[in-house]
Design a protein around this ligand. Structure first.
Ligand code: C2E
Ligand code: MG
Ligand code: MG
Length: 594
């Protein structure tokens, strides 16, 4: 067994010297609470030279308000003395000679000398540790970039505020603020400019808010404001508007001018949620609504949003499954030459029948796909399926042009044209049999980018049509240059042509415009004979609508053509003989006869 030998004998002188050198304060106190001895470190702690402490009552080192109480404690203590390690009593404070408390921790030990019990107190200076703690607390409570409150702190303050309203306090409101185009600032100008912008945004908001309002950065480009005592909702809205305004102002850096812009979602507690989590979730929904409404604006949460959000999540999940399980179908709606009644092409329209949700219309699911990124796969599938169908019809001797709807998001995909080319080649489809319908709005936003792409597509020989024409804002000059061959007038005008003078005038104008620009004009949504007659009279080139046929599955298309196409002299009814304006005027199909 290893025997431990004292390396060096300790003398009392040596021990006393060691105690003098210790960084912690050390005192010996007698049963009356008088200091018998104090080491050098006590001077730094108390401000009194250690000799001056000797003979003084210990209470001298206590905060004045504790002195009396301590006297009693001390008496009790010496009746039954106990030792105590550090860390046992929180928030001890030693009274400094200059009249302020110094945070300390104290351990106590006893020893007997003759009849007396003496106490040995070791006093540790906690100022550095406290400062570090405070720094850590600050770090946890604040965002280091902007010095605003952190997400964690905001959550705590909101919880307290909600608790207060529940106990009868006035309502509070939360504004969730998200910058509109922060990602492009970061990507385009670098992260240091992004950081600068966040600080600028924080400062601008501070200027709009009162000192008592709580402003936090939740992370990334997301901020939140907590307004208390909002008995008047109008006040919250006014603050939101001021924030929108200040954040729409341009920000001038040395090299660039940047427009931050922000969308704000607003909730009121307790009305819109009784706990912080629910409130933040609802504020998020409202914020998205503000984004959808065109950004740089605010939206107030209402219960329907939660419902719609649930539906979107549900639709998204089911749609993803439908795409993976190949459960979507294309149906085809014929487009006819207005003069001859011949079918000149069909428009492919997506159909989705979900086992749980039933028939879901594109109006409901296309926007979900667009907002969730599913549109890329969905769009690719549609083009591939349309090409496959064109090929199948060609094998049957039917050369039918198929128009496919393309969403704005697809146009922004990097290799859209290449992939389209691949689909055409894979199915050996002549590009002229494929038409892409692009909404007017999609073609006009991100115009330069769209222009390049449309040019490339036209070069490939693919036909291009502007869908929902009349609802966007095309400039005439731009329209003339665009390589589109067809303008599809929006259904909304066609519906009104027979009873609404404004719609009739507009439709006439669009037809005239198309003629001037040398483009074919198509009317969609033709439901009545009166509408058809009007359009024929005004010189519209092509017609599409329920009057002739609804969209049908591919298998039914040949029979439909047989029914729609007017019989020809040779008895051949097939669409590939049909060319706009080339069909005979006599022998119109039932929908065409007056
Ligand atoms: P759109 O491209 O303007 O398509 C025309 C819509 O009008 C179709 O609705 C069609 O069924 C409907 N319609 C046709 N004739 C009539 C009529 O006489 N009266 C009435 N009231 N409606 C008629 P659908 O199939 O519900 O599609 C709605 C929209 O969804 C389409 O508008 C298009 O923007 C979009 N969509 C459909 N399929 C696709 C697709 O494959 N990809 C993309 N990106 N969007 C698609
Ligand atoms: Mg369309
Ligand atoms: Mg349309």
């Amino acid at each position: 067994m290893l025997e431990l030998q004292p390396v060096f004998p300790l003398s009392w002188t040596l021990i006393a010297q060691m105690i003098e050198l210790l960084p912690d304060g050390v005192m010996v106190v007698d049963e009356q609470g008088m200091v018998l001895r104090a080491n050098a470190a006590m001077e730094a702690l108390s401000g009194y030279p250690s000799e001056a402490l000797v003979g003084q009552p210990l209470t001298l080192l206590l905060p004045p308000e504790q002195r009396q109480r301590h006297q009693r404690h001390l008496q009790q203590y010496f009746v039954r003395p106990r030792s105590r390690a550090m860390g046992r009593v929180p928030e001890l404070s030693l009274w400094h000679r200059e009249g302020h408390g110094v945070p300390v921790d104290i351990s106590l030990g006893m020893f007997r000398r003759g009849e007396q019990t003496l106490t040995l107190a070791v006093v540790r200076d906690m100022r550095a540790i406290e400062a570090m703690n405070a720094r850590l607390r600050h770090l946890a409570m604040h965002d280091s970039l902007t010095e605003l409150f952190s997400r964690a702190m905001f959550g705590e303050l909101l919880t307290q505020a909600v608790e207060h309203t529940r106990r009868g306090g006035l309502p509070v409101s939360v504004l969730l603020i998200d910058l509109d185009d922060f990602k492009s600032v970061n990507d385009g100008h670098g992260h240091h400019v992004g950081d600068e912008l966040l600080r600028e945004v924080a400062q601008r908001m501070r200027r709009v808010l009162r000192a008592s309002d709580t402003l936090a950065r939740l992370g990334g480009d997301e901020f939140a404001v907590l307004l208390r005592d909002q008995s008047d909702a109008g006040h919250t809205l006014a603050v939101a508007q001021k924030l929108v305004d200040t954040l729409s102002q341009p920000w001038q850096t040395r090299h660039h001018e940047i427009f931050p812009g922000a969308s704000i979602g607003i909730v009121f507690a307790p009305h819109d949620g009784e706990d912080a989590d629910t409130l933040m979730r609802h504020a998020d929904m409202a914020m998205y609504r503000a984004k959808e409404a065109g950004r740089s604006t605010y939206a107030v949460f209402d219960a329907r949003m939660a419902h719609q959000m649930e539906e979107k999540t549900l639709l998204h999940g089911r749609l993803k499954r439908a795409i993976e399980g190949n459960a979507l179908r294309l149906h085809y709606q014929p487009q006819l030459c207005a003069r001859s009644g011949q079918v000149v092409g069909v428009e492919a329209l997506l159909r989705w029948s979900d086992p749980e949700l039933g028939e879901v219309t594109p109006g409901r699911f296309i926007s979900v796909a667009e907002n969730s990124g599913l549109i890329q796969r969905l769009g690719d599938w549609v083009i591939e399926a349309a090409c496959a169908q064109i090929a199948r019809w060609r094998w049957q001797g039917l050369a039918l042009r198929v128009a496919v709807n393309v969403s704005a998001h697809q146009l922004r995909q990097p290799h859209f044209a290449d992939r389209l080319q691949q689909s055409l080649e894979r199915w050996d489809v002549p590009p002229s049999l494929l038409e892409l319908e692009i909404t007017e709005t999609a073609a006009m936003t991100h115009r330069e980018q769209a222009e390049v792409l449309l040019g490339r597509l036209a070069e490939m020989g693919v036909a291009l049509a502007l869908d929902d024409f009349g609802t966007g804002y095309s400039s005439l000059g731009h329209l003339r240059q665009m390589p589109v061959t067809r303008l599809k007038m929006d259904r909304a005008f066609i519906q009104g042509v027979t009873h609404d003078e404004a719609d009739a005038t507009l439709t006439r104008a669009i037809i005239g415009l198309a003629r001037t620009l040398g483009k074919t004009v198509v009317a969609e949504g033709v439901e009545t004979e009166a509408q058809r007659d009007f359009l024929q009279r005004e010189g519209c080139d092509e017609l599409q609508g329920w009057l002739f046929a609804r969209a049908v599955p591919a298998e039914e298309v040949p029979a439909l053509l047989g029914r729609l196409n007017p019989p020809r002299a040779g008895g051949d009814n097939r669409a590939h003989h049909a060319r706009p304006g080339s069909g005979p005027a006599e022998g119109l199909s039932p929908a065409f006869s007056r």
